[in-house]
Design a protein around this ligand. Structure first.
Ligand SMILES: [Mg+2]
Length: 421
């Protein structure tokens, strides 16, 4: 039934040949979006055009990146008026605690996320540390997404407080993406009493950079005609995927701005930055064809490390496991995902692979020591002494299905964001 509609749409819209190249896998992936909108009685052209996001080769797309301003801190200041106007940091006030979000008042003192709480307090002695309320943030995020869905179902969340929206074709039929961004910001303000910054452009790379231009409460549009000038003067640190380490490497190569990056050839960048080199080559030219990928429901969060050499030493593996746990916790925190099962993936020197699982009855807390001990136990069951390991991976899956799994007793004690007293 669906296949027939798809062919029909191609005939009536007379779009370019690019539309003919959708693979089966893409169609399968987007089928639920199409069927949902079909059921809601949206016009055939709408159904067709949501494919634009998947495969466009032009500047036709309209992408919005929405990013809440100091999200966790903003929610705390909203719900606790006595905290408004004060430098606050959301995080757990313990010896190993780190700042999860700092209010703008605190940022003036150099307090930012991922900073150890102890350092943050030194920089800003009057800093108020507030325990995070993860369930509340998750709820607010859900409310944000309800607003997004009034415009499009092509939503790709990057974290609880950030998402890309493809509004090339949108439900109310609004022509300008900037008008949609303005409306969304207003609705977030009216319904949630929070502020967001929005970036509007024709691809994800530029939309994300745009949203960061005038924070907080900003709205920035990068038009195709202005994009190249904008990118040329952009500092390399601002490029997507360029972290401190890559930035340092870039500086050593004499690359400080987008213009410097654009002066390098594709083979040059590929050789030095691998796959990212290709992406960066495109970014320097304002090209980014990555689609807005709808995430139906995240099923797992994981990370892995391939080692420079095969490892058979327990202590060395344990060190890597420690890093993996820290990485995993960061990912869990950013994504908001929680699960009941911890999985250890092991790839041996001969590329054979095994996984070990450990499932608990209430969600795994974001507790480094606990996760490390669980992962360590699973690793101990692996015979790495005679089978050296080339890759370790760690993941959490199996999201909770009921309240009991979410709020088990022992979790309350261990949880990284204990409830406020
Ligand atoms: Mg944010």
């Amino acid at each position: 039934m669906f296949g027939g509609k798809y062919r029909y749409k191609m005939r009536i819209t007379h779009q370019s040949a690019a539309f003919f190249s959708f693979s089966d896998s893409v169609i399968r992936k987007y089928r639920p979006v199409l069927l949902k909108n079909c059921a809601e009685g949206r016009p055939v052209t709408y159904l067709f055009r949501i494919f634009v996001s998947v495969n466009t080769k032009s500047d036709l797309r309209r992408i919005i990146h929405i990013d809440m301003d100091a999200f966790f801190a903003g929610v705390e200041q909203r719900d606790h008026p006595e905290l408004r106007g004060l430098p606050i940091a959301v995080g757990h006030d313990g010896p190993r605690g780190v700042v999860s979000t700092a209010s703008y008042e605190a940022r003036k003192f150099g307090v930012h996320s991922a900073l150890p709480i102890a350092t943050a307090k030194r920089r800003c002695p009057q800093l108020v540390i507030v325990d995070g309320r993860y369930e509340v943030y998750k709820n607010v995020s859900r409310q944000m997404h309800e607003i997004f869905h009034e415009y499009t179902d092509l939503i790709e969340p990057l974290s609880l407080d950030e998402a890309f929206l493809d509004v090339t074709e949108n439900k109310p039929g609004i022509d300008l993406a900037v008008d949609i961004a303005r409306e969304i910001k207003q609705k977030i303000r009216d319904r949630l009493q929070l502020t967001a910054s929005a970036g509007v452009s024709y691809n994800k790379f530029l939309a994300k950079i745009a949203s960061d231009q005038r924070k907080p409460d900003g709205l920035t549009v990068i038009h195709p005609s202005r994009a190249q000038d904008f990118i040329d003067t952009l500092r390399i640190e601002k490029f997507w995927g360029v972290g401190p380490k890559t930035a340092e490497q870039m500086h050593r190569l004499g690359i400080f701005t987008g213009a410097d990056l654009r002066a390098r050839s594709l083979p040059y960048l590929k050789e030095r930055f691998g796959k990212a080199g290709t992406l960066l080559y495109g970014f320097a030219r304002g090209e980014d064809r990555r689609p807005v990928v709808v995430e139906w429901e995240r099923k797992s969060v994981s990370c892995e490390r391939t080692f420079g050499h095969d490892i058979s030493s327990g202590s060395e593996l344990h060190e890597h496991l420690q890093e993996l746990v820290a990485d995993l916790i960061g990912r869990l925190r950013r994504s908001g995902f929680r699960g009941l099962t911890l999985t250890l993936k092991v790839k041996f020197h001969d590329f054979t692979q095994i996984t070990r699982n450990h499932t608990v009855t209430t969600i795994l807390p974001l507790d480094g020591d606990l996760l490390l001990s669980l992962a360590g136990k699973m690793l101990e069951e692996v015979d790495y002494a005679t089978h050296p390991i080339r890759l370790l991976g760690l993941g959490v899956s199996n999201p909770p299905h009921d309240e009991l799994q979410l709020h088990g007793d022992w979790i309350q004690l261990e949880f990284d964001f204990p409830p406020r007293p």
